[in-house]
Ligand binder design. Structure first.
Ligand code: TZP
Ligand code: MG
Length: 212
């Protein structure tokens, strides 16, 4: 796909069943869309491909209903099977460069997590549609992280690339506006929405702080 610098999404939900803390993840997804989420990524760790496929298939019915892109974390074979809008990969996954060589992913959205500044100079960054700034702040949701970028790190990356920047890590309604101000195009959120008692309200409160 290789989008132009502007990114038409602002609030990006990254969802897993576990992070929904006993609530139905499909219900959380639907409610979050009603609250203002513009794009959803399914990110399930430690599960079988079959289980991931089942979840992705069910979630796609919801994202299709609202015409919201569904992005698949890591599982490129599931992404292709369900016809997702795209895929999100990190440093240790199948690379954007190799995905772009596959027919299915040629015109799909590819997101790539940035954990090291040096990644900005590699071809994978060039071939991605957006970059995940991972993590902007350290978080209990993902402990195996490398660099906590912070607002300063984000601003530095903003000066080095025109790619859309999606910040992730401990983002909530209190820090949302400052992260956009520091240069993010969009905010990706797990626990502040999935873990909330009222995911629709939680999404609305974050969106309300960042609406352009
Ligand atoms: N990548 C970097 S931080 C993170 C991921 C998947 C988790 C973010 O979760 P939360 O709960 O929004 O801090
Ligand atoms: Mg990954």
């Amino acid at each position: 796909m290789i989008l132009k610098p502007s990114f038409p999404y602002q609030l990006y939900l990254v969802i897993s069943e576990k992070d929904c803390l006993g609530k139905s993840f499909l219900e959380v997804a639907e409610k979050s869309i009603l609250g203002g989420v513009d794009i959803i990524q399914l990110r399930e760790k430690n599960t079988s491909t079959e289980d991931f496929f089942r979840k992705a298939f069910a979630l796609k019915e919801i994202t299709d209903k609202y015409n919201i892109p569904l992005i698949i974390n890591d599982h490129f074979e599931v992404a292709e099977k369900i016809g997702s809008a795209g895929i999100h990969v990190g440093n240790n996954d199948k690379s954007p460069a190799s995905l772009r060589n596959e027919l299915f992913f040629k015109n799909k959205m590819i997101g790539y997590s940035i954990e090291y500044l040096s990644q900005l100079e590699n071809v994978n960054t060039e071939l991605s549609d957006y970059l995940g700034i991972s993590p902007i702040f350290s978080t209990d949701t993902k402990k195996d992280t490398v660099t906590e970028w912070g607002l300063e790190g984000l601003s530095k990356i903003r000066l080095l690339t025109d790619k859309p920047l999606v910040a992730i890590g401990n983002i909530n309604s209190s820090n949302a506006a400052s992260i956009i101000k520091a240069g993010a195009d969009a905010l990706a959120v797990v626990s502040a929405i999935c873990g909330a008692k009222d995911p629709e309200k939680a999404a609305y409160e974050i969106k309300n702080k960042i609406l352009k």
